[in-house]
Structures are given as C-alpha cells and as structure tokens.
Design a protein around this ligand. Structure first.
Ligand code: HPA
Length: 287
C-alpha cells in the first residue's frame, strides 16, 4: 500500500505546483450542488483529468474540477463533483481525492450530497445536517492494508460528524432564518434507487436519509483525523413515501432551487469552522 502514499504525494505535488495555496478546509459538492464553487475567491481551477491518479466522474451533474482559493479569507479546496462506487470504481479510487485533500493539509471537511428523504417529516428541498450514518453500501473504504502514515488501523467513528460543527451549522441556519434539522444518513451502493420495502426497512433501522455517497469519504476523513460537517439536500422523498417514481432530473433541479440558501449557509460556515477546529484541534483520531 506504499503505492497509495506515493500516489497521494504525486497528486498533492502536482496541485501545489499549480496553486500556491495550503487549504485548511475541504468541501465536496454533491449532485446539483456544484454551483457553490463560484463562491471561491482567487480561484485556481484544475480539471480532475489533469491531476495524477484522480478518478473521472461519469455522472451528469458532476463536473470533475478541483477549485482552490479562499472563502471569507480562509483557504479552501473545493471538489466540484465526485465519483461513486456504483460507477465501478473501487473504494480506494472513490476516496483517493479525499486522501489528497488530507495530504494538502485540510483540518476539516464539509461533505454534501443529494439524498432521498426517508423520515416523512422531511420535505423536498430541505437541507439536513447529518448527525450520523449507517453504512449499508457493502464496502468500507478503509479496508485493505493500512497505511500507518495516514492513520491507524482501527479508528473511532463515535463522533464521525463533528457535534461542534453541527451545532454551529444549526445555529447559523437559525440566524439566516431557516431550520436545519439533523438526520441519520444511510448509504446504499446504488445505482438503482431503493424499493419501497427497502425504505420501510431503513426507516425501522433508524435512517432519515438515503444516498449513494458520503460515507466513504467520511470514513477516510476520520481515518486521517479530519473533522466533518455533513449536509444533505433532500432532493426527493425516498421510494414509496410519495406515490411517485424518482428521477435523476429532479435531483439536479432541486440543487438549483436551493442554491441561494445552500451557498449562504456554507459561505458562513467556512470561517466559523476554521476558528472552531483550530481552537480545539479535536479532529485528532488516535484510534
Ligand atoms: N436514493 C438514493 N440516493 C439518492 C436519492 C434516493 O432517493 N435521492 C438522491 N440520491
């Protein structure tokens, strides 16, 4: 697995040669949410295709660019688009960009996604702070030989989604005039959407949201001791909640509809996160 370490260094060196920025916060933009990258000041944009060892997205709505610059005076690295295991990528390929964000030195991460709403009180277009996850994707991105330079073999996931960052996000949303509810995200492999029976089962398990991403990046972020804020956009109600089929188009459309709210929340959170994480340094994960 020393190859992994060398591959990460190669990608980081390439990025550093293009952008003289040491990002403190990483942001991963999910389906339909890529427009947020326009908020980055003094942006240096690098297509994934140019970065050594980076996987290429095959999904509509995932443009595949790394944008480095600053938001509110804080250096950020924004991933506009991600790859998913259902595209045929290995868990290691899916999380390679996350490894590179860690290699560039980020101390906290905002991970976002489009999700189906399982909890019936949620509604389409609602933003939800992820409080925890259930990984039913069938894979764990940290499986395989452990690279001790990156993190420990066994590591804690009991506060995978940082309570302090979540609390700050909920407070910021209230300040901006909307309610940011909290919910448990359940990950499936996809690409098929779920059956109504699966959604009923997931509800019984304690899930509020369902999606096909995020948990892999969060596991790898925690392996590296990075603090995580997770935000889901409920793009549709999950299968069987409403008597309607689910379309990828509505997933994309909903992203555009909430863009202003999503942008305001994330823009305000970046400097707050930087202050909170550098003060406590609580992202350290010794396993
Ligand atoms: N299920 C799984 N993934 C999703 C959904 C869904 O209903 N909506 C957006 N991503």
């Amino acid at each position: 697995m020393s190859d992994l370490y060398a591959s990460i260094r190669e990608a980081c060196d390439f990025i550093s040669s293009r952008a003289k920025i040491q990002p403190r916060i990483g942001i991963i933009l999910g389906s339909g949410l890529g427009g947020f990258a326009a908020q980055v000041a003094d942006a240096v944009t690098i297509p994934y295709a140019e970065i050594p060892n980076f996987p290429q997205s095959t999904v509509a709505g995932h443009s595949g660019k790394l944008v480095l610059g600053s938001i509110g005076g804080v250096a950020v690295a924004v991933m506009q688009g991600r790859v998913h295991p259902y595209e045929g990528y290995t868990p290691q390929q899916v999380t390679f960009p996350m490894r590179v964000l860690g290699g560039l030195g980020i101390t906290s991460l905002i991970v976002t996604n489009a999700a189906g709403g399982i909890r019936t009180l949620l509604h389409q277009g609602e933003l939800v702070a992820i409080s925890d996850h259930i990984n039913l994707s069938g894979i764990n991105a940290a499986a395989g030989p452990n690279e001790d330079r990156l993190g420990p073999r066994f590591f804690d996931m009991s506060a995978a989604y940082s309570p302090q960052l979540r609390k700050a996000a909920v407070a910021e949303a209230a300040k901006q005039g909307f309610t940011l509810t909290e919910g448990v995200y359940l990950a499936v492999l996809g690409p098929s959407y779920e059956t109504p029976a699966e959604i009923r089962a997931f509800r019984t398990l304690g899930a509020d949201l369902v999606g096909m991403s995020t948990v892999h990046e969060v596991i790898i972020a925690r392996h590296m001791g990075i603090e995580v804020l997770g935000i889901s956009l409920v793009t549709n109600m999950a299968a069987g909640v409403l008597a309607e089929p689910i379309h990828h188009d509505e997933v994309m459309e909903m992203g555009r509809r909430v863009e202003a709210q999503f942008t305001a929340l994330l823009t305000a959170m970046v400097p707050q996160m930087d202050a909170l994480v550098s003060k406590t340094d609580s992202g350290k994960n010794s396993g």
